[in-house]
Design a protein around this ligand. Sequence first.
Ligand SMILES: [Zn+2]
Ligand SMILES: [Zn+2]
Length: 347
Amino acid sequence: MRAVQVVGYHDKLQLNEVPDPQITGPFDVIVRIGGAGVCRTDLHILEGQWEAKSGVALPYTIGHENAGRVEAIGDEVTNVAVGDKVILHPLITCGLCRACRAGDDVHCENSKFPGIDTDGGYAEFLKTSARSVVRIDDSLEPADVAALADAGLTAYHAAAKVARMTRPGDTCVVIGAGGLGHIGIQVLAAISGVRIVVVDRNPDAVALAVEVGAHVGITAPAGESEANGPVEQVLELTGGHGAEAVLDFVGEGGATAEGVAMLRRAGNYFVVGYGENIDVPTIDIISTEINFIGNLVGSYNDLNELMILAAQGKVKLHTVTYRLDDFQQALDDLDAGRVRGRAILIP
Ligand SMILES: [Zn+2]
Ligand SMILES: [Zn+2]
């Protein structure tokens, strides 16, 4: 089969002819890729940022946001059949460790990560396990949902936590209305009762956020005076108390200082975007009982729930498709900021 491979760091990807994956274990599932999301992480892999962390032997096939149709299954696979449309949880998990038994797939102690530390989905076929395949509704196409396997799943995981930890009428400030933010807003609108206040520096992103479900949009141009800045506006909206939840998809450039200042006493701060340190005096944390909550991708059940919202038409993702052969164009477009929504390779 044809597969796009990492052959060296700081080198371009190569389209190579490689052997088709084979069923070797009873729970193996081979998927014919219908769509593979092109992600900023792929650019970071080529820059060598994951070299030490993944320890993967080169060459290997890249691509960690995958969906398609089941091509072949091992003897013991009962949850999917050949021909089923599926999206792949990004990890192949063991099912036996403590984290797996708690349904916390992301913290599996024996996981593999196709596209990062083993062969991924920029290819005609990918081998995963029965534990990682989520069947999707007939109305959905693999290429339309592939990017929800990673970016969308991360946004869902955090937004679903907000939904569980808030009450109808509470306020949730969403910082950052980019790719993840606009999925998070759709999820909050679908499954929580919060008033959604979105803050972003880009007026177009704020307008799109309001279109997909945010109740209040705040455009925060750099250099805005303190008196009318986003913190003041959130305090004004909440009777001076602040928001019960802040969902931060930015995590750099001063976002966390502003976000913490928007938080109500006993409020929860959900960190998704990252880059800077959170600088909060410990006395403020104990005296106001605010909490900081990290978020890493999402579980199999999270992905299943996200696919239900997608089938209900409540979460939509804008995509631009490329043929597998045009992988370099897709990466170049992503790198240059020319992709609106998510770029998807179709083998
Ligand atoms: Zn990704
Ligand atoms: Zn495990």
